[in-house]
Design a protein around this ligand. Structure first.
Ligand code: ZN
Length: 98
């Protein structure tokens, strides 16, 4: 069953449990159209433990910091190969930063 979100003003809420949807933009080493940068956006609900991904092209000024920059190269590659581990890592980081 696909995971559903619903808009709430500027935010998005999980359609199942109403928790705020968390997100992370991961930059890819691929140029996008018109000077934009290809990114993958990960969105998840921490309560329901579900996530979704989408490919997007964002203007260079919107590309955020690399959340995996502090990890050893090996760990970073492991997470990038396994989406669900990456999302679990991001969710943990997100919880700790709040
Ligand atoms: Zn939820």
């Amino acid at each position: 069953m696909p995971w559903r979100e619903r808009p709430d003003g500027d935010h998005r809420l999980c359609a199942e449990c109403d928790a705020p949807v968390r997100s992370y933009l991961h930059r890819l080493d691929l140029p996008g159209p018109a000077g934009r940068r290809r990114c993958i956006v990960f969105r998840w609900c921490a309560a329901c433990r579900v996530y979704s991904t989408a490919l997007v092209a964002v203007p260079p000024e919107r590309v955020p910091a690399d959340a995996l920059a502090d990890l050893p190269a090996e760990e970073r590659e492991r997470l990038l190969r396994k989406e669900h581990l990456l999302v679990a890592h991001l969710a943990r980081q997100d919880r700790q930063s709040r």
